[in-house]
Design a protein around this ligand. Structure first.
Ligand code: SIN
Length: 531
């Protein structure tokens, strides 16, 4: 069965939905998501959107902070384009009705928060639930748009690639209708990957369960290049509690004066960087890792008890309530925290309009490597990037609607061939075990601190597990877990191979065998060819 539209957008975070809303002005849009529409990383984003809105701020300051954070690998033209579009993107959101927190002194202006690496206050936010506010507004708009059709629990498993004018061109995707256990073909003139990141490649992450790098894995398998995937950002402060899974303690808490302390209450960040608790994220995460290794403790603590309780409750209602429910009153006691995988700074290599190497295939949001983040993303630059790149990709892809043939011709596309070797008995334990194994060795060997030996151990183990998963995939009908574990293995492979190529330490890639930065040989993107 063929389901066709002008656009097929995979993913419903800020990148996918904002692109869908813009594209719906000139085309029909099918939007698919493998879980529920709001089960996205966007929905969990606490901090906010970095944009130059403060009276004392300027685009050149934001550009400078972003370049500094990216340690020589940002693409300056991308940084400039994204930063300069920031205020207009925020105005669009305000017009849509996103309820940003207003300044107390100037209620007609937004309150601007501060986060690590930012020289000025420039993070527009909705208390500590910015992503949720943004997601809710975008969902309401998308549901009200006649040209958009949303399919929940529809999981893309591979891209359908054909040839056009001598070039490999995306024609749609094979999609599992999870509830009906059936693989369908979605055809489109423009295919957009907005699938987010891949935090679930690691044992500990701030990401939701669905963050399995699907778009990156599918795009790479289809032949698109991946860039800079060694740069995985570990957020310094994920709540450490046995009952809390992936709950973030926003960097904005440090922006409002919280300090990282050891179990005796002694602050330690000044020992690592002059900016102390507001140093760049790679530095803070490595400092915490070093403190934990030195002391043998399971976590460090974040202390904001010197601020007034009513301020804390009002500014961070979500964090306050969540911690209190777990028995931690953050107005009275420090919060136990650990670093956790948070954001992939690399992804599918795209141009400034979101085009990948494959015709008619776009990638926006965390799945894409635009050159904005370089070796370390500046906090709150990612929602901004998603908005700007969705806007640019929607506009750039419009010309394809007239230029490309109707996707109806795909009705001759072959049916999904999985399971062609027979229906071997399903053993869910195989998938669960592979998943667990990958996430564990990625955490231990390809985490905050790496070495050549650890990377080799990870590569050797992954080769075995990946081959087993591929064999399993060939012999069984697909289901949601199998699709995800296959993608996890693919993304882990890209991360390990990228990290093994970079014989230096820079930003988020810290290798004990190559502790220095080497601009002569490595001030360049790490690019892997897909296929
Ligand atoms: C946070 O609130 O600390 C996360 C913000 C981000 O990752 O950009």
């Amino acid at each position: 069965m063929l389901i066709k539209s002008d656009y097929l957008v995979i993913g419903t975070g800020v990148a996918g939905l904002s692109l869908a809303l813009k594209a719906a002005r000139w085309g029909t849009v099918n939007v698919i998501c493998k879980r529920l529409i709001d089960d996205t990383n966007t929905n969990l984003a606490q901090g906010g959107i970095a944009a130059v809105l403060g009276e004392d701020d300027q685009a050149e300051f934001h550009i400078r902070d972003t370049l500094e954070s990216g340690v020589g690998l940002c693409h300056p033209e991308t940084v400039k384009a994204v930063v300069e579009s920031g205020p207009a993107m925020v105005r669009e959101l305000v017009d849509m009705g996103v309820p940003f927190t207003a300044s107390v002194e100037h209620p007609d202006r937004p309150e601007l928060g501060r986060e690590g690496g930012h020289s000025h206050r420039r993070v527009i936010h909705a208390k500590d639930m910015t992503g949720q506010a943004l997601q809710k507004t975008l969902i309401e708009k998308a549901r009200a748009e006649a040209n958009i059709k949303i399919y929940e629990k529809f999981q893309a498993l591979d891209i359908l690639v054909g040839g056009e004018n001598g070039r490999r061109t995306a024609e749609g995707a094979y999609v599992l209708d999870i509830e009906r256990e059936k693989v369908l073909t979605f055809g489109a003139k423009v295919l957009v990957l907005a699938t987010g990141g891949s935090g679930k490649v690691y044992l500990y992450t701030t990401n939701p369960d669905g963050a399995s790098g699907d778009g990156l894995a599918m795009g790479f398998r289809a032949g698109a290049r991946a860039a800079n995937m060694e740069f995985i950002q570990f957020h310094p402060t994920c709540l450490f509690h046995p009952e809390a899974r992936n709950f973030l303690i926003s960097e904005a808490v440090r922006g409002e004066g919280a300090r990282l302390v050891d179990k005796s209450g002694v602050p330690f960040m000044k020992n690592y960087h002059p900016l102390g608790d507001l140093a760049f994220r790679d530095i803070v995460a490595r400092a915490i890792d070093a403190e934990m290794k030195k002391s043998g403790d399971e976590c460090v603590f974040l202390d904001i008890t010197h601020r007034r309780p009513d301020f804390i409750r009002d500014r961070f209602p979500n964090i306050y309530r969540t911690c209190l429910a777990l028995g931690i009153d953050i107005t009275q006691e420090p919060i136990p925290v650990v670093p956790a995988a948070h954001y992939q700074c690399g992804g599918l290599k795209v141009d400034l309009d979101g085009r990948t190497d494959i015709g008619a295939l776009y990638a926006v949001g965390e799945v894409a490597a635009t050159g904005l983040h370089g070796a370390n993303r500046l906090a709150s630059n990612s929602l901004l990037e998603a908005l700007v790149m969705a806007d640019r990709a929607a506009a750039a892809s419009r010309e394809l609607l007239a230029a490309r043939p109707d996707p109806a011709r795909l009705s001759a596309a072959p049916a999904w061939p999985s399971g062609r070797l027979g229906h071997a008995p399903r053993e869910a334990v195989v998938i669960a075990h592979s998943w667990d194994e990958i996430r564990r060795f990625m955490w231990n060997y390809v985490g905050i601190v790496r070495s050549d030996y650890r990377l080799k151990m990870a590569a050797d183990r992954l080769a075995l597990v990946k081959a087993e998963i591929e064999e399993f995939f060939e012999k069984h009908e697909v289901d949601a877990d199998l699709i995800e574990v296959r993608n996890i293995a693919q993304v882990a492979d890209i991360i390990i191979r990228s990290a093994r190529r970079r014989h230096e330490s820079r930003g988020l890639n810290y290798n004990l065998d190559w502790p220095e930065r080497d601009d002569r040989n490595f001030r360049q993107d790490t690019v892997l060819s897909g296929g």
